[in-house]
Design a protein around this ligand. Structure first.
Ligand code: PEP
Length: 277
């Protein structure tokens, strides 16, 4: 994160760290749907239709992360709507002999503005290291994509009292390669024990982790950047628990997996993040 001149390299001077919004005038809420390896084209298009029809002046910025083969169809289906598109992963290189991988330029070419980096299912299924995740975040920035850097402790790490150590290590490593643009990184706190389990973090647990992450962001990037960076909560978010989590001052929105597959539930979670006035 250092630019060699002693000051934080990110965000670049004079650039905003995030879009303005109702959260203290600093951070616009962000709600993202992570479809994981779900849905085929027909189902994806039906989802897009239902969500477009159901959106009522959301206060939040909205992103959908489909699997790679669905990106062009979803890009077309959400064109002109309030939804943006994101990829679930990217390779650190721009091109090359990396069978099965997808690059930043390919994501941009498919209509993506965002990309997930370091989701715990990638760390688990593909052995992604903190160092690799940092290179992915840097690649996202290089190719004009907005990264959502995912961090979170495993159950045994929390039980061993190592939560903050893990979060700090993952966050600092994820930020290592950032040099300045686009200065609109989002962080997702996703405790691994809460993902897909129904075992949602309590609002107090989420607030504590988010406040800690924002403190580390401040140390790395400066107070203004930390205050402007959206920190999302992810892990068994539902329409029932979203409003209480969002009521926490450090919770700036959600990365939603399972519940996002149901347009009605996704819309209800968005509504839990308030309406534009
Ligand atoms: C996720 O995949 O990022 C996630 C939070 O999943 P779920 O909402 O199903 O726990």
């Amino acid at each position: 994160m250092s630019n060699g001149s002693g000051g934080p390299a990110w965000p670049p001077r004079g650039e905003p760290a995030a879009t303005a919004g109702p959260r203290g005038g600093e951070r616009r809420p962000l709600v993202a749907a992570n479809w994981k390896m779900h849905l085929v084209r027909r189902e994806a298009l039906a989802w897009c239709r239902a969500v477009r029809e159901g959106l009522q002046s959301p206060a939040a910025e909205l992103v959908v992360f489909p699997s790679f083969p669905l990106l062009p169809a979803v890009a077309e289906a959400i064109a002109g709507s309030r939804l943006s598109l994101g990829g679930q992963d990217l390779h650190p290189e721009a091109k090359g002999a990396h069978t099965g991988d997808v690059s930043g330029p390919q994501l941009r070419d498919s209509g993506c503005a965002w990309v997930l980096c370091g989701h715990s299912e990638r760390r688990r299924d593909h052995g992604e290291s903190d160092e690799l995740v940092g290179r992915k975040v840097a690649a996202a920035e290089r190719h004009g994509l907005l990264p959502v850097l995912c961090v979170g402790e495993r159950r045994e790490e929390r039980q061993a009292g190592r939560t903050f150590e893990v979060l700090e290590r993952q966050l600092r490593a994820g930020l290592t390669g950032l040099t300045g643009r686009p200065a609109r990184l989002a962080v997702a706190y996703e405790p691994v024990w809460a993902i897909g389990t129904g075992d949602t973090a309590t609002p107090a647990t989420a607030q504590e982790a988010h406040a800690f992450l924002r403190r580390i962001l401040g140390e790395s990037a400066g107070a203004a950047a930390a205050q402007g960076t959206r920190i999302l909560y992810g892990g068994s978010v539902t329409p029932e628990n979203a409003a209480a989590l969002f009521a926490q001052p450090e919770v700036d929105g959600f990365l939603v997996g399972g519940a996002s597959l149901d347009p009605g539930k996704f819309l209800a979670i968005i509504a839990g993040c308030g309406r534009a006035g």
